[in-house]
Ligand binder design. Structure first.
Ligand SMILES: *Cc1c(COP(=O)(O)O)cnc(C)c1O
Length: 379
């Protein structure tokens, strides 16, 4: 053991700027829905170029709402199918189960994202949507997936939890034509808050439904009611049995500051990735996952594939380095076990992938040390 302590993820907050934003909320006496949440939605729309954005308390509830609202508006039935990846955080696939639909797992490609070839084979007359995860910030073959959706009239939901700031090289936003994109601002994601997310529907009507459903089904938010006048502002209607999923102004305050630094931070993440790449170049025991050729990745993750992942992970821990695994093959979990063995590439990857530390506090010296230890212990 030595005295190093290099964690996988450490969020960086610009504390003074965050406190200044939060102070505005406290001084005003407005910490909930409205005020900063509206500002953050406007800034997010400007940043992404998306037409709709609704701020939520997590991406998990966002994915749930994406499936729920598309199911309702498109008339999908219980038991209908959504094609998804086994190599993701369980939020992605739980969203399908919450809504009594079935996850059909397709295999991944060399980017660890859904492989269009495998997806095509999984389409049945019950398929309604494809749920694509931009793993680690990568776009993989998302454009081909979009083409498949068009051909087969399927909806596209993009789990962009890792993709805050990811762009194509021509500057366009990945998935800008998806039916719904969901971003995460959870603390270790690229645009950190304490916990929150954004749901971005293509259709304005769906955005309006989301705004009601995220606040118990109430059809006007508090801010609009307070801004309005008259004695009847208490007399709102309740249109849905909605949940309490909306975000709040304290989290949005932090989000507004993180968003200001997102491009700068992502550029540094890409620099870290480049340093890793350079150290590992020519080493045939270590295979880094590359960004797709047309992708400027947010670099939420830097993943490598090695033969002896489990031993390497333990050896690195002994050196004060704490990597992670993204992710365990979801078909290993009981609720998805019906699909065990259907995605051999994802399964193989999940046994050999390792996510190396990736955050704003890492220095060149840290990366060099990590790489030296990885090279030393990889077989
Ligand atoms: C983090 C994450 C989520 C969930 O985000 P929360 O904001 O924590 O709910 C969903 N999908 C993926 C791929 C994630 O990494």
């Amino acid at each position: 053991m030595n005295n190093k302590n290099i964690q996988l993820f450490v969020p960086t907050f610009r504390t003074e700027e965050c406190l200044e934003q939060i102070r505005e909320c406290l001084d005003k006496g407005w910490t909930g829905l409205g005020f900063k949440t509206v500002q953050f939605e406007e800034e997010w729309k400007k940043y992404t170029g998306l037409e709709n954005a609704h701020y939520l308390n997590s991406a998990t509830v966002g994915l749930d709402m994406a499936v729920d609202i598309l199911k309702e508006t498109k008339g999908w039935a219980d038991g209908d199918e959504i094609i998804s990846t086994p190599l993701t955080f369980v939020s992605t696939n739980h969203a399908v189960l919450y809504n009594n639909m079935k996850v059909v797992f397709a295999d991944v490609d060399e980017y660890l994202c859904l492989d269009p070839k495998s997806v095509r084979k999984k389409i049945t007359d019950k398929t309604r949507a494809i749920l694509f995860v931009g793993l680690g910030g990568n776009t993989g073959r998302l454009k081909e997936i979009e083409q498949i959706c068009k051909e087969h009239k399927l909806s596209l939901i993009l789990d962009a939890a890792h993709m805050a700031g990811t762009r194509y090289k021509d500057g366009t936003l990945p998935g800008k034509n998806a039916d719904c994109i969901v971003y995460s601002f959870q603390a270790v994601k690229n645009c950190p808050t304490g916990d929150s997310g954004m749901i971005c529907f293509k259709d304005k009507t769906n955005d309006e439904i989301a705004r009601k459903k995220s606040w118990l089904g109430i059809n006007k938010d508090t801010f609009a009611r307070t801004a309005g006048s008259g004695a009847y502002k208490w007399k709102y209607d309740v249109e849905y049995v909605g949940h309490k999923n909306h975000g709040n102004s304290i989290m949005a305050s932090i989000g507004l500051v993180s968003l200001k630094y997102l491009d700068r931070d992502n550029a540094y993440r890409r620099t870290l990735a480049q340093w890793y790449d350079e150290f590992f170049a020519g080493n045939d025991k270590i295979k880094p996952i590359k960004a797709a050729p047309d992708c400027i990745s947010s670099r939420h993750l830097y993943q490598i594939i090695v033969k002896n992942r489990d031993e390497l992970l333990l050896a690195l821990n002994e050196c004060g380095i704490y990597p992670g695994v993204h992710y365990r093959d979801n078909t290993e979990y009981r609720m998805y076990a019906y699909a065990k063995g259907t995605c051999p590439k994802a399964h193989e990857a999940s046994e050999h992938i390792l996510s190396l530390p990736m955050h704003m506090r890492l220095t060149f010296e840290d990366v060099k040390y990590i790489c030296e230890m990885v090279v030393k212990y990889a077989q």
